[in-house]
Design a protein around this ligand. Sequence first.
Ligand SMILES: [Zn+2]
Length: 314
Amino acid sequence: MTEVWTQRLKTMADARGACKICGERADAYAEVIVRGRHPSQLFSCNSCGFVFIDPVYWLEEAYAAPETSLDVGSVSRNLDVAELLARLLGKVTTRSDLFVDFGGAHGLLVRLMRDKGYHFHLYEPVAANLFATFCVADQKAFPAYRALTAIEVFEHLPDPRRSVSEMLEWSRCIIFTTELCPEERPKPSNWWYFALEEGQHVSFFTQKSLQVLAGRLSLSYSSLGGSWHVLAPRGDPISMIEATTLRARSVSFVGLPLTRFVRCARRAWGGMTRTQQRESLTLRDHVQASSIVLDQLRGQQTARHLDEAMKQAL
Ligand SMILES: [Zn+2]
């Protein structure tokens, strides 16, 4: 019997489970084929509506190339997310506050936010850091992070409670995006966000599931409209970010086909004034990076000279 069929039978026998958010009963309601060849099932929680794929056993394969070739909107998305984040953070944080972008892939958002004057650092366990080489998050080296951003990360989490607890070690304020699961639990073929051909999306939240998650972590949950959400301590200014303004303006567009994406983004932000300006960190970062690179080169040179001196001495 092939491994695939072994997994399939295991899945079929396990048609009931516990919700990964609230712990209540979750039932399997549809079979799925992930990445064209991995059978699994969609579960839906009877209490909070959280939907998840289980079992998940293909992630190593799915992340072999961290940024899927199907995500053609990643650059546009980062540009737009940076605009909105600057708008959100400008009024409720200080110029010296530190931020960490959790699961920030190649660091493009970190670079864009630093260009706008926000002290962002990157935490990324999988993808190569291409744009934020000298801006890596470090809990020991830096004081507490004012907020953590997780852009299109939550739907990737096979164990959301554990991962969110890990995020809270960085900051108690989490600003994140994820598409909300439709109220009628969606069939595999009826919701693009399952992205079964990629196999990286495995958790799908409802507002109720996010409220339950917040309650369990002694945080408040607020929706900023569309796919934007905040988990933060009650009373923290970040938990009260211009929700009413953003609710009126923000739309859900992350992952839309390119043409619709552009139309929606223009409609949402076309009339916005730019956020209050902060002095860009770009030049400062360049000077710092140059200094580090020079030190490394000098170090290599010194090491080479030492090596040659040792050879001559021998
Ligand atoms: Zn639940």
